[in-house]
Design a protein around this ligand. Sequence first.
Ligand SMILES: [Fe+2]
Length: 301
Amino acid sequence: MTNIVKSPEVQALFDRAAGLDQEGGNHRLKAIMRDLLESLAVIVERHDISESEFWIALKFLQDGAGEFGLIAPGVGIEHFLDLHMDAKDAEVGLLGGTPRTIEGPLYVAGAPLVDGDLSRTNDVNLTTDPDDTETLTMAGRITGPDGEPVKDAVLHVWHANSQGVYSHFDPTGVQSPFNNRRRIQLGVDGRYSFRSKMPRGYSCPLGGATEKLMQALGRHGDRPAHVHFFVEAPGYRTLTTQINFGDDPHARDDFAFGSREGLLPVPDRSGGNPHIEFDFRLQRTGSKATSALSGRPRAAA
Ligand SMILES: [Fe+2]
């Protein structure tokens, strides 16, 4: 097999292509681009990728660009980013707390901020549209590392409806804005409670790039039923997480790799409707950067 990546000619090519011989530009981007080019070239050589295959792959990515937010978790890279952040946390002794897991591409900023302070209200409802599925209730506490109640937290919640479809991303157009999406303002005791309608798991869009890729890899593109959360509170690190329903057939076989131990509660159905008790434990921070949401570009409405 030919092996020219390390030749002086190819090394010089990638140095120049990444702008290393130029003063200007973004130095971090240049360094990353340099490594990216070499990594790609190594793959081309290792698999003897033909010119046809290269351009077909590029066209696939071009056509599938609208689904990158789904392809990223589907190929495990979004979960890898979580593992990478976990490993960095472990290095500096930041251990414990509710595990983080993937955000996914379907958060929409601007959901109604509702009063969820349980000293004033006992009925927080996420669902605006009629839905004949079961009512889901969830309740629990948000605490810090020592079990202290977290004051003034905002719990962002978003999930699919009983058809496995999210408001703002519903091709049938039947859902009203922010159905199954709320920001819940909690009180001083860190307790939360809400009711909603039981979501269903979903598959990646039929005929789309993610589905085609999963088929080509011999995999399915299904997610278990789940509920997404951001937990924000002054003095604490913002947590991005989700629960996968522990009794869903795909609970431990999530194509997006969102399932993690500690995030698989099984709903209690002894009272008829599914109920989940789930506590969040946050880590403290003094840094503004980790108390804010990540800089990921998100939809807004
Ligand atoms: Fe989701």
